[in-house]
Design a binder for this molecule. Structure first.
Ligand SMILES: [Fe+2]
Length: 312
């Protein structure tokens, strides 16, 4: 693969991502939109950086006829980076998010077409095939050491852009922290799911008990129905508290990079077991269950003495 094929491959990736983003515009899935937006920011930042560090300086040095065109490309990159930086700070739920993205995509597609139809199409006037092959290696290597986020205020040409490898280290460290935080949130979501499942289970048991009671010779009184409803409500509330606590425990990083919580919390997050602690299902449901049993016993005495109430 030579340098032009590599850069065109990047362009093809961007076009595909733009199409995926387009399909999510106007009320699409927010999480998917966020995911694709981040991917676009990453791919576009890396692509722009390798062109600026390797491709454009080489073309300028080999053939001064392209200097004006390369300067235009650098300006187009600069505008795109400002747009990307703004988008990076926006939520996909922001009412102007889609509009901002549309403008970015339109500008980038224009830039890509000009590059492919102009410079790329006539590159063999400037470089031999061997030189383009060697440049592909340099571009591929640069991909591993360029920033992953837009930096519109930093220099885009040598020697100023020699600071970019340092910026790349910072960017990649930031990406890692973001990924860790999001993994923590994924654990929290799983734990919340467990909590919801348990609440539904208890609610279903209460409902079943209420329905089966007449068949067992028990008269369902309004008190009993009310208690069953109370029990389901208490279980739901305690499950919600437990999920909130789990989310708190499972998010391992604060915004300032400090570790949140301690060993026990981390262990719970890793093992994905819901914590048995204050506010857990077992303790929260025991009180209403005891109250229910007491009232039920009282009710049974009055309605069908001698028959035991089913366990809720
Ligand atoms: Fe470009």
């Amino acid at each position: 693969m030579d340098a032009i094929s590599l850069l065109k491959q990047d362009h093809a990736t961007l076009r595909k991502l733009f199409k995926r983003h387009e399909a999510l515009k106007h009320g699409g899935d927010v999480r998917k939109k966020q995911e694709i937006s981040r991917r676009i920011i990453l791919e576009l930042s890396i692509h722009a950086a390798i062109e600026e560090q390797v491709f454009y300086p080489s073309v300028k040095a080999h053939d001064p006829r392209w200097i004006e065109r390369i300067d235009e490309s650098l300006e187009e990159h600069r505008v795109a980076k400002w747009e990307l930086a703004a988008i990076q700070r926006m939520s996909p739920e922001d009412p102007r998010f889609d509009a901002r993205f549309t403008v970015l995509v339109r500008n980038v597609l224009h830039h890509i077409e000009e590059e492919e139809n102009g410079l790329f199409a006539r590159i063999h006037q400037t470089f031999t095939q061997e030189e383009l092959d060697a440049m592909a290696d340099a571009l591929a290597l640069a991909k591993r050491a360029v920033p992953t986020h837009p930096h519109p205020m930093l220099p885009d040409e040598p020697p100023g852009n020699l600071v970019m490898p340092l910026v790349a280290v910072i960017d990649r460290g930031r990406d890692l922290v973001t990924e860790l935080v999001e993994r923590g949130m994924e654990w929290a979501r799983q734990l919340a799911q467990v909590g919801r499942g348990r609440a539904e289970q208890v609610g279903e048991e209460a409902r079943k008990w209420t329905l089966e009671a007449p068949g067992r010779g028990l008269k369902v009184t309004s008190d009993m129905l009310e208690e069953a409803r109370d029990m389901a409500r208490d279980a739901t509330q305690s499950a919600r508290r437990m999920a909130e606590q789990a989310a708190n425990d499972a998010t391992p990083w604060r915004g300032n990079g400090e570790r949140r919580g301690h060993g026990a919390s981390t262990h719970r997050a890793k093992t994905s077991h819901p914590p048995r602690q204050r506010g857990s299902m077992s303790r929260q449901t025991s009180a209403p269950a005891g109250k229910t049993a007491h009232k039920r016993a009282t009710s049974d005495k009055g309605n069908s003495a001698g028959k035991s109430a089913p366990r809720a």
